[in-house]
Design a protein. Sequence first.
Length: 111
Amino acid sequence: MTAKKDYPVHPMVINTGIKTFKIEQKALTKENLYGCVDFPKSLLIIDPNQCPEDYKATLLHELCHIGYDIFGLGDDDDIPQISNEYLTTVSSNMVKLLAGLNKELFHFIFA
């Protein structure tokens, strides 16, 4: 775990079981952008200049983007009409999978 001084300290990789994403903490200048995922580079970028609660929420938000992509729900144009039951099943499976593979990171988010 490496982080710049005063940046949140947590694991800097996300294991998806398929591939690994690096986490980069970097100030983002685009307005209303607190985090993003660069899928071709397997990189999650998060702005560390947020209050701790917002930082954790942003990290979880970006993790969900990665999880939904793994489960075939990555591109808004490709998402079929889905039921509440299907979305709930995918979401719970996604969280279980990612939390199981990234215990320390999820502990950081929910601590």
